[in-house]
Design a protein around this ligand. Sequence first.
Ligand SMILES: [Zn+2]
Length: 179
Amino acid sequence: VPWINGDHHWKARSKMPYIISREAAIAELKKQKPEQECLICWLQQQTDNLTIESTEHTSVILSKCPARWGHLMVLIHPHFINYTELPASIWTAAAEKAQKAAIVLETVLKPVRCYVISAGTSRSDLQMSSPHLHFNVIPVYEQDDKPSTVLTWKNGVYSATEEEWSELQQSIQQEWNSL
Ligand SMILES: [Zn+2]
């Protein structure tokens, strides 16, 4: 896979997917998402082909703004914003999906490791963060990457052509369905 080599700064690759700037990603998201709407609730309602699975309390989707190519999200619904009010059964169901997502990524994309993170925040200055509980499952391809280099938008996020998105979605969907 070509995108695992080289640095992760935002220059176009000889072969895509490519990196777009944080500003471009935020602008694109703003075009699509109503300003006041919760990001996670909004993502959950999307009917684009980035959804891998949707069940009563969880949805597994490809991130529209992947920190690394293949970045999956496990959305929890309805709108819970803290662990105190979240029923243990829903947490467990979501955690199982997060593990399955990591297994799928390990198989399909062969990262050096997978980050599984539940890191919502109510800080409104962090535009890509949401207090609504969810998991990020991020395949990491570089040995020396660390949370501070992966969990940031400052170096931009990945984007790709329709065809590449669809190829990624299909390979992940296929592996997901086989487990
Ligand atoms: Zn929400």
